[in-house]
Ligand binder design. Structure first.
Ligand SMILES: [Zn+2]
Length: 155
């Protein structure tokens, strides 16, 4: 989101509000370069279809709630959780869909959570991907190990 005053390419969200009809989101943003504030209005047409068939607007807070449980006892801050939720929303919006299954949100959580904390990632994955046995954990851990080795080799 470019600053409309100095065209700085980045901005910080200082306040987020849903409109009364829930169809748009107004964000107060502040430019880190010139410190001026401006407001953007974004479409809130990202809907979540729950298993029960109920449709509700996408909520970062709910993503955070879901991820928080997996992060218990881990060195993860509220800011980290907010970053994960933001990545999830951006990843979903980038696909251009206006509606997503609640279960697919869980899958969108996995990549940023994996970046953040691998133990929390395994906990979360075990729930969302319905791990049923030790083998499921072993193959997920094996996947992490393989990536470590590839990363190590690339350095
Ligand atoms: Zn600016």
């Amino acid at each position: 989101m470019h600053c409309p005053f100095c065209r700085h390419p980045d901005s910080r969200v200082v306040d987020t509000r849903s409109s009364d009809d829930g169809l748009s989101i107004r964000r107060r943003r502040q430019c880190p370069k010139c410190d001026r504030r401006f407001t953007t209005t974004e479409s809130a047409s990202l809907l979540v279809v729950k298993r029960s068939g109920v449709v509700e607007p996408f909520s970062r807070d709910k993503v955070i709630e879901g991820v928080k449980k997996a992060c218990q006892g881990r060195p993860v801050t509220d800011a980290d959780l907010a970053t994960v939720a933001q990545s999830v929303e951006e990843a979903i919006r980038a696909t251009g869909v206006s509606q997503i299954d609640a279960n697919d949100i869980g899958l969108a959580v996995l990549p940023p959570l994996r970046e953040l904390d691998e133990v929390a990632y395994l906990r979360f994955a075990s729930v969302y991907q319905a791990f049923e046995s030790l083998e499921d954990f072993e193959s997920a851990i094996e996947g992490l190990r393989r990536d470590h080795e590839t990363q190590g080799a690339a350095e």
